[in-house]
Design a protein around this ligand. Sequence first.
Ligand code: CP
Ligand code: NVA
Length: 305
Amino acid sequence: MRVPDFLTIRDFTTAELQHLLDLARDIKAHPSDFGDSLKGKALALIFEKPSLRTRVSFDAGIHQLGGFSIYLSPAEINLGKRESVYDVAKNLERMVQGIMIRTFAHEIVEKMAEWASIPVINGLTDSSHPCQAMADFLTILEHKGRLAGLKLAYVGDSNNVSNSLMFAAARFGTHIAIASPEGYQPAPALLEWTRAEGAKTGSVCTVTADPAEAVDGADVVYTDTWASMGQEAEADARKAVFRPYQVNARLFARARPDALFMHCLPAHRGDEVTDEVIDSPNSVVFDEAENRLHVQKAILLELMK
Ligand code: CP
Ligand code: NVA
């Protein structure tokens, strides 16, 4: 890979991202062909926030490639408090061959990547979740057979997940319609980047406060929690603001009959999505979760081989 770390979708060209999806499909179809690819290599997993999918998929993924992981909980590192990010980077580069990090400020992963001489992978920050977006676009590709020209509606809070979806949509030529309340819409600088880069692939990004407008005729309807990790104190206030943005059967019916329902998980059933939608035949949420494994194996392979 031209870029030594996987911090944001924006760092990669369409061809590079497409290559990762192709490799992920190959790994998914023929997992045993890749069993020794990272033999003996160690991946540090730094978690400053909770996780099910990210932890299990990176842990299982590196093992399946012949390597192994070392899990570091918030209590163990206490990043920036017990020890500086610089010192953690300088220690880990002497002992392991890669770092996956889930943390709060995006600048922390950027600093880790700058200071560590080994690959650093972003496993979610407050502002992005690039591995999730790659798994999501792999899932859409599997179900729809293409990415360019499709309409993805994202309904709810503009957050780390929707930011990475916007960037990936721009790269893959997918239209993205975001419905968020005023005050919870994408940052202007991120929208500007998405629209400028999207113009090169034919992707159009629209933003509205009206969920029906975004979902009308969509090929994919995506939502996420109304209060992300770190925003727990705002959860009750956010419930009131986001109530009209619930993806329920009535809203979902505005999408195409063959539309996919997607969610990065964990889901808060009865809040951002109802059981009838997330448990419907249109829902591919567990395909997305599984594809974290395959797409991250492709990323690990490209960065650590
Ligand atoms: N989607 C996702 O990243 O899940 P976890 O928070 O459980 O890792
Ligand atoms: N937006 C959510 C995603 C969880 C995978 C959060 O940051 O908590």
